[in-house]
Design a protein around this ligand. Sequence first.
Ligand code: PMV
Length: 360
Amino acid sequence: MQEARFIFENTKINIDSGAVTWEAPSNIALVKYWGKKEHQIPANPSISFTLTNCKTTTTLHYELLSSPSEKFQFEVFLDGEQKEEFKPKIAAFFDRIVQYVPFIKHFKYSIYTHNSFPHSSGIASSASGMSALALCIMSIEKKLNPELSEIEVIQKASFLARLGSGSACRSLEGDLVCWGTHKEIPSASNLYGVKFPYKVHEKFKNYQDTILLVDKGEKQVSSTVGHNLMHNHPFAENRFAQAHDNLSKLITVFETGDLLSFIEIVESEALTLHAMMMTSLPYFVLMKPNTLQIINEIWSFRKASGLHLCFTLDAGANVHLLYPESEKEPVLEFINNKLVGYCQNGHYICDTVGFGAKQL
Ligand code: PMV
């Protein structure tokens, strides 16, 4: 079992209390992960841009218990306010990871977390939140085992974060991270994210992601339910094969800087993700009328301007606008003149590709 190498067995706990803080970014997938097997193993490989401004900062206070506890003892605060409703997800995360980090039973915790984006923005905080928490736990492991290298810390944090929320394993490093085995990327793994190992053209440096907040409401269908609907989905096998092909094509695109092919792959991936939702049983639609309005506006703008603005979507109605830094000025003008009217309360967030998590 490959997972076995992530088990840290030590019986001696030689620290008592302290606090660690990590900041971890969100990420936006270009080839989408949609569908999984047992133990959070992805049904297909994916690749994402790591972001910079959309991030979670988490401080984990830990205090040694007189004897290990069977039930995890912790409290969680978002922006200083206690959040009982966050506890089940974190308890489930602790349950899943305890076999790899058994020392967590020896402490009680206070978790203080802050998202740089509004909680009710419709932007999922699970990728940044789970990776920040996984890193805090790895900082405790590092105190217990100072021999652990930085690379081992990041890789195991990615492994743990994946068990909290699959896409979280792509939030540790940057600027491009792949997750899931792929024949042309020998370093890629189903168990953790790895940095994209090949050449990336200058055109993709500082790529921009402006997130248009179309619908800030809670999603009607969670991604867990969505992933599960890929079991017995009539198009599943073709979809998984397509993700492999699209990742192969992106390897070439990143090398050559072929933005037109980039646009075609990325937009097709976004629409295919939503097509999978619309063709599962039960079926569901997460796009809103304004999502489609924005997509059509982007297509008209691209045709008229010759610029390289494209979109992608995650499992929601918000639209991520991707474009090269060199086209920032005209694209922002277009957003402010046209697209802002489709955003809830005119809200959008400007982000840029980034380089991963940081300890504070
Ligand atoms: O990490 P999860 O289980 O919330 O799934 C995320 C899935 C997508 O955001 C839709 C795609 C992806 O690869 O990030």
